[in-house]
Design a protein around this ligand. Structure first.
Ligand code: CP3
Length: 346
């Protein structure tokens, strides 16, 4: 039983006494206790692959920031690795795939991963975290959207343009679909296993949604996200697709409870476009947290007013930047808690 289930009630569209709040990337370098633990280890992967340590850093922001949810400490890139394409996480440079997907043969060589066999360390981290949380707040599971995962598998690393990945959609659309089908099958099995292990809600991150033209986005991303949503009826699903403004009307028809908005999106316009059947999550600009406490408070209240008190989960419009002062994150969290109660009292 959960002692604080605000997140789940808001996701399901129930009225809540206040707006729930958490932050994308809340577990990580903003917290001194994360950096201290991380400094003692060989690297990021040791943290991700050791369930007790992953559980510890998952819970750090619940203790330090008093957020209304924990998100399991892992990465979207564990999925390509489970399919047979290992990643490295380079210090201060980000992810790197030493081998990438270039041909039909490369796609054929990938497996549809078995979650217990190939991602058992994440499932164990979820089970350890659930026991340690003891019902304090819900635990969020996650995966990358198939398009964003394809983008890393083909490109091999982060990129401004992901032009190799986008090229594939034009040059070899059938091969792209074959790869997306394999990623989707792995992702569905993986998310179902996360739910079985104890995840109370799952979020699909389509971080590179915004670089596709609308017709390609529909054909190569929304279709597969829709399959994932349809396959996970057990818990509320959140779809966060950064930069996918053009896709909002089709997101309204997805079998998901919540749509995440980045900071470029206008909450009032999105609400007017999609009606009241979905919860919205977001969307303060992460840079707003670089201001003074008063400025953070002001920006947070402006954001809350745009969403209104119901069917809203407060968050940033993307992950919190690592050099953000945790005191300002606390101001953000506390302002959501205090102002959203006042807003309900009218
Ligand atoms: O608190 C949380 O949100 C949970 C943990 C989490 C991480 N990655 C930990 C992490 C989550 C949900 C992710 C998702 C993720 N990973 C995404 C989707 C969300 C987004 O930001 O768009 C993407 C695109 C990745 C891939 C990835 N992982 C990149 C590009 C990088 C390098 C950039 C960076 O922030 O350093 C990572 C590394 C990573 N993943 C870190 C953390 C805490 C930093 C590693 C470190 O400790 O040095």
């Amino acid at each position: 039983m959960l002692k604080n289930d605000l997140l789940l009630r808001a996701a399901r569209g129930e009225e809540t006494e206040r707006t729930p709040v958490w932050l994308m990337r809340q577990a990580g370098r903003i917290l001194p206790e994360y950096r201290a633990l991380r400094a003692r280890l060989s690297g990021f992967k040791e943290l991700v692959e050791t369930p007790e340590l992953a559980a510890e850093v998952t819970i750090q922001p619940v203790d330090a920031l008093d957020v209304d949810a924990a998100i399991i400490f892992s990465d979207i890139l564990v999925v390509p690795e489970a399919m047979g394409l290992p990643y490295e996480m380079l210090e201060a440079r980000g992810p790197l795939f030493p081998t990438t997907i270039k041909s039909a043969k490369d796609v054929q060589n990938l497996r549809i991963a078995d979650p217990e066999e190939h991602l058992g360390y994440v499932l164990e981290a979820i089970r350890v975290t659930k026991r340690a949380l003891n019902g304090r707040v819900p635990l969020i599971g996650f995966a990358g959207a198939p398009w964003t995962i394809l983008a890393y598998m083909v490109e091999g690393h982060g990129s401004k343009t992901f032009s190799k990945a986008r090229r594939l959609l034009y040059a070899e659309p059938e091969l792209a679909h074959e790869l997306l089908r394999k990623i989707t099958a792995t992702t569905i099995a993986y998310l179902k296993a996360q739910v079985a292990a104890g995840a109370n809600l799952v979020q699909v991150f389509d971080s590179w949604a915004g670089i596709l033209p609308p017709a390609h986005y529909h054909e190569f991303s929304t279709c597969y996200i829709a399959e994932i949503c349809d396959a996970i009826p057990e818990v509320p699903v959140t779809v966060f697709a950064k930069g996918a403004y053009f896709a909002i009307p089709e997101f309204a028809r997805l079998n998901c409870r919540t749509i995440g908005l980045d900071w470029n999106e206008d909450p009032r316009a999105v609400r007017a476009a999609i009606g009241n059947d979905k919860t919205l999550q977001g969307n303060l600009d992460p840079c707003a947290l670089y201001g003074t406490a008063e400025q953070v408070q002001h920006a947070t209240i402006q954001m809350l007013k745009q969403f209104g008190p119901h069917r809203h989960i407060a968050n940033l419009g993307h992950g919190v930047y690592p050099d953000t002062n945790p005191d300002n994150v606390k101001v953000f969290v506390n302002t959501v808690k205090e102002f959203s109660v006042l807003a309900r009292e009218g």
